[in-house]
Design a protein. Structure first.
Length: 382
């Protein structure tokens, strides 16, 4: 027969273990420690946004240089990139034919002048005879007509001679203003028609910065506004400029507006075609921002004009362009979860479009270690 004592001892041990475990479970739970966090009061402020747009340095005036007469190019005295002063000779034509035409007109004018002098003397003689009664009225009229015709012929030849002399001068192509040769269209020996371009001249002294401004910014810019310009070649130097012209219509491809800005001064280091940026400062409406450290969820990222350019997934539950943050009750210091809608970035902060009211306290540091509904401790001074 098997003894019952070992079985009774085992039951006693099990009962004691149950009592011990029951006693442990009756102890009160350990409270969640109050986490130390940094908070920030959400406020609306007036902000000014600075943006920059790229552009290039271009001449305000640029024209093609061409001969006013036709002919063969005898010499071309400039190359692309040469700086020229006013009245500098750019090129010359073979002037032999124009010299011959001028010489012919000079001889014709000399003959006409001799005829006119003869007609003047004849008129004087006939008038004296007519006064003394030795010449009739018809002779006087004929002498007057002869003198008038010779005078008119002399004037016509003098005008033609001046025109021919001008045509000889047109065989020299000169720069009307100081500038830089930016292009050449003809070589020595080429036969050109009148008006056919030989070179292109960009005027010196009146250069301007040309850029394109998007649709959402062009309404805040007006002719006469003073702006800051920065060029790569000038490093940290800033040049002041004045908006001179704004295109009345947007470019059909880029949908941006062409803006021309006159430079107050042109440093010697600048060259045509150099790139730079125009710094524009725009006044904005009042809005509030939060640092990115306050966000628990995913935020939609925005460019400076408000358009999305991607997303930055986070570890929280923010979806659909919203993000989670923790709001702290200033009296009880108890946190609560709040979803807000972020906007475009400003430095390391994001504009808050919706979800917060001015005066609410937001956890900006330590939010990822705090559970909603728990009490928190604030940094000293907050």
């Amino acid at each position: 027969m098997i003894s019952q004592r070992p079985l009774r001892s085992l039951k006693v041990i099990e009962l004691l273990a149950i009592l011990i475990l029951a006693g442990c479970g009756s102890e009160p739970p350990v409270p969640e420690p109050e986490r130390l966090v940094a908070v920030e009061k959400f406020q609306l402020r007036d902000h000014r946004v600075a943006v920059s747009y790229p552009g290039t340095l271009e001449p305000r005036y640029e024209n093609e240089l061409a001969f006013q007469v036709s002919g063969r190019i005898d010499r071309r005295l400039v190359e692309v990139g040469d700086r020229v002063e006013a009245n500098t000779i750019i090129a010359t034509l073979d002037r032999q034919d124009y010299d011959l035409a001028l010489a012919e007109l000079q001889n014709l004018k000399a003959a006409a002048d001799a005829d006119h002098q003869l007609a003047v003397r004849e008129l004087k003689r006939i008038r004296e005879l007519h006064r003394d009664g030795f010449a009739g009225d018809s002779q006087l009229d004929a002498a007057i007509n002869l003198e008038s015709a010779s005078a008119a012929r002399l004037k016509a030849l003098a005008a033609k001679q001046s025109e021919s002399r001008n045509r000889v001068g047109y065989t020299e192509l000169k720069a009307q203003h100081g500038g830089v040769i930016t292009a050449l269209f003809a070589e020595t020996g080429a036969v050109l028609a009148a008006g056919q371009p030989v070179a292109q001249l960009a005027w010196l002294g009146e250069w301007e910065f040309v850029t394109s401004i998007p649709e959402n910014r062009i309404g805040k810019l007006a002719p006469g506004d003073i702006v800051d310009l920065r060029f790569w070649v000038l490093e940290d130097q800033t040049i002041h400029g004045q908006v001179r012209e704004i295109a009345p219509a947007a470019d059909p491809a880029s949908r941006s507006y062409r803006v021309k800005i006159s430079l107050e001064s042109v440093p010697p280091a600048l060259r045509l075609g150099m790139s730079g940026n125009v710094q524009l400062v725009f006044d904005q409406d009042s809005f509030g921002t939060l640092p990115t450290s306050a966000f628990l969820g995913a935020t939609e990222q925005y460019d400076e004009s408000g358009g999305r350019f991607g997303s930055d997934p986070g570890s929280g539950s923010g979806t659909g362009g919203t993000v989670d943050i923790l709001v702290v009750d200033p009296d009880s210091r108890v946190t609560s979860l709040r979803q807000v809608t972020p906007g475009r970035p400003i430095g390391d902060r994001l504009v808050i479009v919706d979800g917060l009211h001015p005066g609410e306290w937001v956890v900006t540091k330590g939010a990822h270690k705090v559970k909603p509904g728990t009490r928190v401790r604030l940094f000293e001074g907050q």
